[in-house]
Design a binder for this molecule. Structure first.
Ligand code: TRP
Ligand code: SF4
Length: 337
C-alpha cells in the first residue's frame, strides 16, 4: 500500500520563535517519524507575495531563515520532502485550472481575507485595490495541497477554513471532470501547547515578546529576565504563587523535569527562591535545551551551499510527484500537451 501524504507550508516571514517550534514544528517532526506517512513541507514564497509583493529583498533572506529553523529543530530532508513553492511550476498550472472552476464567492468567503485586508490597509491600500492574487490566496493554497494529493494537512485552527475550500474545490473538480482523481484533504489539527510571550500575551514576532529559535544564549537570558512573574510578589521573601505566575512557571512546566517543577513550586511558595534567581535558572535550562538546535542551525548557516542544495534537491523530488498529479489533471481538462 502506498503511503499517505502529509503536506504543510509556511510563509517565509523571517526567523521563527519558540511558539512556532513547540506549536508547529515538533508536530511536523513527529509526523515525519511515522513511517506510514510521506511528508512534504514547503516554504510558501508565492503566498508571501500576496501581501509583500514589494518586499522581495527580504523574501530571500526570510526563506533562508525559515529553512535554517526547520533543519535546526529536526526536520530531516532525508526523510521529509522539503521544498520551495516557487520551484514547483505544476502548482502554478494547477492554480490556473482550479481558478477556472472556483466560484468567486468561495474565495471571498474566506475568513482570513479580512485579516489580509487589514494588512493591506495598514500598507495604505483600500478595499478596491486588493489584488487578484490576494483574493486567490485560498485557491493557491488549494493548489499547493492538491498538486501532491495530500490526505492530511497539519495546520492551526486559523487555517481550517482554507482546507474546507480545498475540499470543496477538489469535489467540484471531480464532479465536473467525472473522476475521483483529487483527494479531499483533511486538516490535522495540532494540539498547541500555548506558549505565551514574555509579557503574558500571545507570543508573536510583531509584539516583541518572543524568543527566537536562533537567539543566542545571552539574548535568551536577557529576554527571560524581562518575563513577568507573580505580580503580587515584591520581595524575594514574599511567599509566591506559582499559579499566578503567568509566564515563568508555565515555561518551567514545559521545559523542566518533574522534579525541577516540583522544586520550583515548593521553593516559590515558601519564599525560598527569588524571581530573579528563578528566571536565571530557567534561562539556563532553556539554553541547555536549545544548545544542540542552535549548533545545528549554525552549521547550516556556515554552509550556505549545503543549505541551498537541500532546498533544490527537495524541490526536484517534490516535482516528481507534482508532475504525476498534473499529468492526470491535464488529461481530464484536455489541455493540449
Ligand atoms: N496559509 C498558510 C499559513 O499562512 C500557509 C500555506 C500556504 C499552507 N499553502 C499551504 C498551509 C498549504 C498548509 C497547506 O499558515
Ligand atoms: Fe514565578 Fe519563579 Fe517568581 Fe515563583 S519564583 S513567582 S515561579 S518567577
Amino acid at each position: 500500500m502506498s503511503k499517505k501524504s502529509i503536506l504543510s507550508l509556511m510563509r517565509p516571514t523571517g526567523k521563527l520563535h519558540l511558539g512556532h517550534y513547540l506549536g508547529v514544528l515538533t508536530n511536523w517532526v513527529k509526523l515525519q517519524e511515522d513511517e506510514t506517512f510521506n511528508c512534504f513541507y514547503g516554504i510558501a514564497d508565492w503566498h508571501a507575495l500576496t501581501t509583500k509583493f514589494d518586499e522581495t529583498d527580504s523574501l530571500k533572506q526570510n526563506t533562508k531563515e525559515v529553512l535554517l529553523d526547520w533543519l535546526a529543530v529536526g526536520i530531516d530532508p532525508n526523510i521529509s520532502t522539503v521544498y520551495l513553492q516557487s520551484l514547483i511550476p505544476e502548482t502554478a498550472k494547477l492554480h490556473i485550472y482550479l481558478s477556472m472552476i472556483t466560484p468567486m464567492n468561495w474565495a471571498e468567503r474566506d475568513p482570513t481575507l479580512k485579516d489580509m485586508v487589514k494588512i493591506m490597509k495598514e500598507k495604505g491600500s483600500n478595499e478596491d485595490s486588493l489584488s487578484y492574487g490576494l483574493i486567490g490566496y485560498p485557491i493557491l493554497m488549494s493548489a499547493d495541497i492538491l498538486t501532491f494529493n495530500a490526505e492530511y494537512v497539519p495546520v492551526g485552527i486559523d487555517q481550517v477554513a482554507h482546507i474546507e475550500i480545498t475540499r470543496d474545490i477538489a469535489r467540484r473538480f471531480n464532479n465536473i471532470y467525472k473522476t475521483d482523481l483529487l483527494i479531499e484533504p483533511k486538516p490535522k489539527l495540532t494540539e498547541i501547547p500555548l506558549l505565551k510571550g514574555l509579557d503574558g500575551n500571545k507570543m508573536g514576532k510583531s509584539f516583541h515578546n518572543d524568543i527566537k529559535i536562533s537567539d543566542t544564549e545571552e539574548d535568551t537570558t536577557k529576554k527571560i529576565m524581562t518575563a513577568i512573574t507573580d505580580r503580587s510578589r515584591l520581595r524575594k521573601t514574599d511567599l509566591g504563587h506559582p499559579d499566578e505566575c503567568e509566564v515563568v512557571f508555565p515555561y518551567w512546566k514545559i521545559f523542566g523535569s518533574n522534579d525541577e517543577i516540583k522544586e520550583i513550586e515548593d521553593n516559590c511558595k515558601k519564599g525560598l527562591i527569588g524571581c530573579a534567581d528563578c528566571k536565571r535558572k530557567l534561562a539556563c535550562k532553556l539554553n541547555q535545551k536549545m544548545a544542540p538546535i542552535r549548533e545545528k542551525r549554525n552549521h547550516y548557516e556556515n554552509n550556505p551551499n549545503e543549505l541551498k542544495e537541500i532546498l533544490i534537491e527537495g524541490s526536484k523530488k517534490a516535482r516528481v510527484k507534482a508532475k504525476e498529479v498534473l499529468e492526470q489533471v491535464e488529461e481530464k481538462v484536455m489541455v493540449f500537451r
